[in-house]
Each structure stands twice: as structure tokens, then as C-alpha cells.
Design a protein around this ligand. Structure first.
Ligand SMILES: [Zn+2]
Length: 197
């Protein structure tokens, strides 16, 4: 028979056992699968996908994608989540209400402890979290809430009331007296204002 259907292009050879490198950022990382072998994820992150961060984002400036380079690994038998962020987040200046870029670029590292006794295994200055406190999902699989932890760190790095270092608005708002008027009697100035009312 000659009318054999053309063979379909072979399905992408997805190796599910390999940590993904370029797919979208995982919401969770299965500790059952990856805690022993380690896990890496490298890619670009859309800051608007972080729901708790969204209210702080400037509506007037496009958010650029942030580069994320993350890895889960064991050191001294303690699980660590390390990641490097590269990029800015655009917030709103609390003085002039114009967009302001905040650099999120940094190296982050959190030890993930099985219990308090593991505190002895890490350096004093090492940030840590207890796995029991962050794995709240009751599913049988132990899932590390990767995206949530990432968002927590981004929120910690994000100032509550960002302001431009050289915000023009600040001068107007706090009404600094121009130097040439320094010699004038402030009460006279007030009096003249009053006269205008
Ligand atoms: Zn400003």
C-alpha cells in the first residue's frame, strides 16, 4: 500500500527525569524527587506573576523580565535553596508618584532545615527556614513552595515606600526656603500671605 500516512514528526523527546531548564518557572519543587539529586532552574521570571507583589508594581512602566538562576542542593546534609536574581522591579516613587527602578539583583541563599537540631550544621549568619513551616500542603508528596519562597525574598528586597534619591518633588513638598530669601523675616512673609486671604 502506497497511501501510508506520512509519519508524524517525532514527539519531542522530553526526558521527564531531568530537571527542566527552559520551561516556565515551577510553582513547587518536589522534594521527594529532587532533594537528593539536586535541582536547577535557569530562566526568566515575569514579576507580574507574583500576586503579592503586583499591587506595588508601577502601572506606568513596563516590567522587564528578571533573570533567575536557582538551585537546590545539599551541603553538610542540609538542604539549601540558592538563587541569583538579575534585574529591576519598577515601583512607584512615594514622593512624585513617578516610576522608580529598584534593583533586585542579588544572591539569595536559604537553608531548609528538617528540624531545629540542624541549626548546628549551618553558619550563624545563614538564613534558614524550617521545612515543616513552609510545606503546608497536605498532599503525600513533599512539595517545596519554590515560587512562594522566591516571592517572599523579592518582597523583602522591595522597599515599602520607595523614593528617588534625587526626587524633584521632595523640594517642593517640604518647601525648603530658597537661599536668597534667607534674610527676610519669616513673619513678614506670613503676614503678607495673610493679607492675601
Ligand atoms: Zn520621585
Amino acid at each position: 500500500m502506497s497511501n501510508t500516512p506520512e509519519s508524524k514528526p517525532s514527539a519531542i523527546l522530553a526526558d521527564n527525569k531531568k530537571a527542566p531548564v527552559s520551561t516556565s518557572m515551577p510553582e513547587n519543587i518536589s522534594l521527594d524527587k529532587w532533594a537528593d539529586t539536586g535541582f536547577e532552574w535557569v530562566g526568566q521570571v515575569d514579576l507580574t506573576s507574583f500576586k503579592r507583589l503586583v499591587p506595588a508594581l508601577s502601572p506606568e512602566h513596563t516590567q522587564e523580565k528578571t533573570q533567575l538562576d536557582a538551585s537546590l542542593y545539599r551541603r553538610n546534609n542540609v538542604l539549601h535553596l540558592a538563587f541569583t536574581l538579575t534585574g529591576d522591579v519598577w515601583l512607584t516613587c512615594q514622593r512624585c508618584l513617578q516610576p522608580i527602578a529598584i534593583d533586585l539583583s542579588d544572591d539569595y541563599n536559604i537553608a531548609l532545615l528538617e528540624d531545629e537540631s540542624q541549626v548546628r550544621l549551618i553558619n550563624e549568619e545563614q538564613d534558614y527556614l524550617l521545612l515543616d513551616e513552609i510545606i503546608t500542603d497536605s498532599s503525600p508528596e513533599r512539595l517545596l513552595p519554590f515560587k512562594k519562597l522566591l516571592e517572599d525574598e523579592i518582597l523583602l528586597k522591595t522597599p515599602m515606600a520607595p523614593k528617588h534619591d534625587d526626587c524633584e518633588m521632595s523640594v517642593e513638598q517640604f518647601g525648603e526656603i530658597p537661599e536668597e530669601e534667607e534674610g527676610e523675616n519669616p513673619f513678614a512673609a506670613l503676614a503678607s500671605l495673610k493679607g492675601k486671604l
